[in-house]
Design a protein around this ligand. Structure first.
Ligand code: ADP
Ligand code: ASP
Ligand code: MG
Length: 405
């Protein structure tokens, strides 16, 4: 019997009532004859609350202990979901990421999955049980430590399990009906996208469309896992993520969605006597210490003058600023400048070029939004604006490219 992996996000399991409702939905899928693996996130804002709690105890908690703490959020949900299923007469068993065989590298707070060995899951499925898995976590076989996969990582747990239990499909249940042409909380005119090719879905997720963890889309594309995003509350068919060449996909359209990322910190390191080798060392050290920071550019204007640019969360940016001397290591003359509160708004689509850039800049001008920078990738055109203009820019670009005729 092919396996169905269902994932329920934080809002969907927020509190006893919703956990019981999720259990009823799982029981229906079980009654329909599916072999079921269910991945759950921590309830509501639990992860944020645990982070805040840690900072009330210690200003600089170690990443190992943060992973020990944060992995508990998902464990609470998994046990409660299994209990609710028990009460409905559905045999269920909960497993942590480590018990599920999710093996990761040793990068605390940002671990990558190296392999999945789902022996215990298979054995439980063979006994007819529904398996509930704590999302967002695994174990490093090298260090034997518990790791977490980065914020929003339960989606990636679900897709990784579907890939390991192939042939399996994966349904991501969340608090909206599917993937929309923009975040429906910011753009009231946003519409659901019924079918979205993997490449564009990945571009959307990497550009801030947080409805899916970006790494889960990359993994689903690579492992050919059929992926659907649906509402945990409504009976809506949702969005099917389809192979790029599948007939009926929206690949032909030029712009399929607008993604936005507000409150981004931009970090620029400049080396006046630093050659490429020095820059490489800094990139390596920064990645080691702050894996969530994204290196977006390395420009080597001359043999000695280099510039490195990262984007990321304010907290990481502030910490790197405070520790830059130590992290960058000896040698060279490097300085680090940090700007907070930047926003990036992206047109997601294929074949975007000068005509779309002209339309985008004009639409922003008409909305009174000042453009700071614009760059193009094969599947996105990314505009930088001031943080406070983020939502206005998102609505203006949605109106220009996705509303009307
Ligand atoms: P979950 O807890 O289920 O993982 P998330 O909060 O991570 O849920 O993701 C769902 C949220 O993503 C939605 O509530 C919505 O505000 C936001 N979102 C951002 N961009 C989009 C988009 N293009 N389509 C749908 N939702 C989006
Ligand atoms: N609970 C984790 C987070 O809030 C993981 C997840 O929800 O996917 O980031
Ligand atoms: Mg999420």
């Amino acid at each position: 019997m092919p396996v169905l992996v269902q994932k329920f996000g934080g809002t969907s399991v927020h509190g006893p009532e919703r956990i019981r409702a999720v259990a009823r939905r799982i029981a229906e899928a079980r009654a329909a004859g599916h072999a079921l693996v269910v991945v759950v996130s921590a309830m509501g804002d639990t992860t944020d609350e645990l982070i805040a709690l840690a900072h009330r105890v210690s200003p600089t908690p170690s990443r190992r202990e943060m992973d020990m703490l944060l992995s508990t959020g998902e464990r609470v949900s998994m046990a409660l979901t299994a209990m609710a299923l028990d009460d409905l007469g559905v045999e269920a068993i909960s497993f942590t990421g480590s018990q599920s065989g999710i093996l990761t590298d040793d990068s605390h707070s940002h671990a990558r999955i190296l392999a999945v060995r789902p022996e215990r899951i298979r054995a439980a499925l063979d006994q007819g049980k529904v398996v509930i898995v704590a999302g967002f976590q695994g174990v490093s076989p090298a260090t034997k430590e518990i790791t977490t996969l980065g914020r929003g990582g339960s989606d990636t747990t679900a897709v990784a399990l579907a890939a390991a239990l192939a042939p399996a499909r994966c349904e991501i249940f969340t608090d909206v009906d599917g993937v929309f042409t923009a975040d429906p909380r910011v753009v009231p005119a946003a519409r659901i996208v019924p079918r979205l090719p993997f490449t564009l879905c990945a571009a959307l997720a990497h550009s801030g469309g947080r409805v899916l963890h970006a790494r889960c889309v990359d993994l689903a594309a690579r492992e050919r896992v059929p992926l659907t995003v649906r509402s945990a509350f409504e009976d809506h068919p949702g969005t099917h993520i389809v192979p790029d060449d599948e007939e009926g996909s929206v690949e032909q359209a030029r712009v399929v969605a607008i993604a936005h990322q507000g409150d981004v910190s931009v970090l620029i390191a400049e080396g006046n006597a630093g050659g490429v080798a020095e820059a490489r060392g800094i990139v390596e050290n920064v990645h080691e210490a702050f894996p969530a920071l994204q290196l977006v550019a390395h420009e080597q204007a001359t043999a000695t003058h280099g510039a490195l640019v990262w984007t990321g969360a304010r907290d990481d940016a502030e910490q790197l600023k405070a520790r830059f001397r130590e992290v960058r290591g000896p040698g060279g003359e490097w300085t680090l400048a940090v700007e907070h509160g930047a926003a990036f708004v992206s047109l997601i689509g294929l074949g975007l070029g000068a005509p779309e850039a002209v339309r985008a800049v004009r639409a922003l001008e008409q909305a009174g939004v000042a453009l700071v920078a614009l760059r193009t990738t094969p599947s996105a055109m990314i505009v930088r604006v001031a943080g406070e203009a983020c939502e206005a820019a998102t609505r203006a670009l949605h109106a220009e490219f996705l509303e009307g005729a």
